[in-house]
Design a protein around this ligand. Structure first.
Ligand code: ATP
Ligand code: MG
Length: 559
């Protein structure tokens, strides 16, 4: 939401001015128009937050419209997934539409343009059209079919519809200006013949309208006031306006903003589809994917994604946003809502030799220091516990504040622990630590005032439950995977270590009741959530959503 102190972005400023000027009687109506040819990604989230956000802030409406004019690539599977993702992000559309619902109206309008001398049927092949169009400094040439009579055009257009011609044999083109500096105005195609069934209209049509001929008219039919899209459509705006002016229908304002690009990932449906189809990932909802369903499965909250979209704001120039910014938004929200738990991912057994055998006790732990109402829980503690292997180092240097022989460390919510002996297997690997604890340090402090530097997490061995934990890293090794070195394919830049699976992790017993999708902070490790797809009561599976600190930035600094 916009607070009065915050400067309005250029879109919101425009809408504010339009409302003040009484344009469209002060009405604000936006739309989000995905093509159902893939799953939504983080870039779409930016567009959703903008169009739905503007509608909300100005007391207006926002439609969901499926821009389904490419029958080959589209599918109802995508339609359902898109609805799901928009809802998950927290938005409700005022009405739902399909561009294909307007095919009849668009056809009638095309007939009107033919009658008014603004459109003609052209027999040029795809290659000829391209050749005649010219280029940036090359003037276009008129098609030899440009001066066909209205009667002939009407007859041919009807026969195109009736299926008399093959794919590519004819097209309907707008008659604008083959000498225009704007390529989009050099007699653009309005209809192409395609003998292909459509996922909604079936075999009714064998000619399909182009994006440009569909989009503005769909906006107009729905009474859209502000049609917000990404920068690549800026040069299409004169065509958008031309069609609407020639038809004399309600005129929405198209305005453009920069696409979202994120470091270490790709953000195009075509590339994401290639990753899915080539089994580089487990599916559209693989938690490493920048899709909305992927990050949702990974444990990201809709609040975090919305706040990220708010933080990045809107610009009129394309740029790439640092992934760390997204991760900060995720941490920011999870820090407030995620309950803390203890989990040991790479367990090392510790036997506390002076703790009575066969006994155990309950320790009180705080669920969320950021939220008092989250309360406390009890954690069992006993003679045998697990600690993280990385929290012990043999003969450690002075700066190592975790566990080493002869020094004390604090077990969070329990006691001071001292390591006396290290047990190893035949290969010299540490398999167990023999320790003692100080029963006087129950409150985390020693009565004699002696200090310990480090605090580590732990889990009672007798009570621990097991789980698989999946650790994710960036999908690409290169900051900009679009910068492909010569002789390489963009997929060669995939990070081979983007997924690390940890088996037999030890978790505190309260996590046995964790439900699908539930999010936690594992103390000292990061934020995790129960995988909604693969986790079962017999085999719990957790996804790491994000680490506590920006481990990646640190790693980069070191190298
Ligand atoms: P892709 O290139 O990934 O296939 P697209 O632009 O073809 O994306 P559409 O389904 O046509 O995808 O997009 C629906 C809306 O989302 C459009 O208004 C488009 O401008 C917007 N959008 C798509 N990608 C981004 C992005 N990276 N950042 C911001 N908005 C985006
Ligand atoms: Mg598109």
């Amino acid at each position: 939401m916009n607070t009065p102190e915050k400067k309005l972005d250029f879109i919101r400023q425009l809408v504010t001015d339009d409302v003040a000027a009484g344009l469209n009687d002060g009405r604000v109506h936006t739309r989000f128009p995905p093509e159902p040819n893939g799953y939504l990604h983080l870039g779409h989230a930016k567009a959703i937050c903008l169009s739905f956000g503007v509608a909300q802030e100005f007391g207006g409406k926002c439609n969901l419209r499926f821009d389904d004019t490419n029958p080959e690539k589209e599918d109802t599977e995508y339609v359902d997934a898109i609805r799901d993702d928009v809802k998950w992000l927290g938005f409700e559309w005022d009405s739902e539409h399909f561009a294909s619902d307007y095919f009849d109206q668009l056809y009638d309008w095309a007939v009107q343009l033919i009658k008014d001398g603004h459109a003609y049927v052209c027999d040029q092949s795809f290659e000829e059209v391209r050749e005649y169009r010219g280029g940036w400094n090359v003037e276009g040439k008129d098609s030899p079919f440009r001066e066909r009579s209205v009667e002939e055009n009407l007859d041919l257009f009807q026969r195109m519809r009736d299926g008399e011609f093959k794919d590519g044999e004819k097209s309907l083109r707008a008659k604008i200006d083959m000498k225009s500096d704007n390529m989009n105005l050099r007699d653009p195609a309005m209809y192409r013949i395609r003998h292909t069934a459509h996922h909604r209209t079936g075999d009714k049509w064998c000619l399909y309208p182009t994006y440009d001929w569909t989009h503005g008219q769909s906006d107009s039919i729905e009474g859209i006031t502000h049609s917000l899209c990404t920068l690549e459509f800026e040069h299409h705006r004169p065509l958008y306006d031309w069609y609407i002016e020639k038809l004399g229908i309600h005129h929405p304002k198209q305005r453009e903003f920069a696409r979202l690009n994120l470091t270490y990932t790709v953000m195009s449906k075509r590339k994401l589809l290639e990753l899915v189809q080539g089994d580089y990932v487990s599916g559209w909802d693989d938690p490493r994917m920048p899709t909305i369903c992927g990050i949702r499965r990974r444990g990201v909250t809709p609040e975090a994604l919305r706040s990220f979209c708010d933080v990045i704001g809107l610009t009129k120039t394309n740029s790439t946003t640092d992934l760390a910014l997204f991760q900060n938004s995720i941490r920011g929200h999870l820090n407030q809502i995620a309950q803390r738990r203890m989990a040991v991912l790479d367990p090392l057994k510790v036997v506390i030799e002076n703790y009575p055998e066969g006994e155990s006790e309950m320790r009180k732990a705080i669920n969320n220091p950021e939220d008092e109402s989250a309360g406390t829980r009890e954690m069992p503690f006993g003679r045998e516990i697990y600690i993280e292997r990385a929290d012990f180092m043999e003969d450690a240097p002075k700066k190592f504040f975790r566990l080493t022989q002869g020094r004390e460390v604090r077990l969070k919510y329990a006691y001071f622990l001292k390591c006396n002996d290290v047990i190893k297997d035949a290969e010299g690997n540490v398999t167990e630590l023999r320790c003692t604890y100080d029963p006087e340090t129950s409150g985390g402090k020693a009565p004699d005032g002696r200090k310990v530097k480090g605090t580590i997490h732990w889990v009672s061995a007798e009570h621990a439950i097991e789980a698989q934990v999946r650790l994710y890293d960036v999908l690409f090794t290169q900051e900009n995977p679009g910068d492909v070195p010569e002789g390489k394919d963009w997929k060669d830049l995939l990070n081979p270590d983007s997924l690390k699976i940890m088996e037999n992790c030890k978790l505190e017993p309260s996590l046995a009741s964790a439900e699908a999708g539930q999010r936690y902070q594992f103390e000292r490790l990061g934020y995790f959530c129960v995988d909604p797809k693969d986790s079962t009561t017999d085999q719990l599976v957790f996804n790491r959503t994000v680490t506590l600190k920006d481990a990646w930035a640190n790693k980069k600094k070191k190298t």
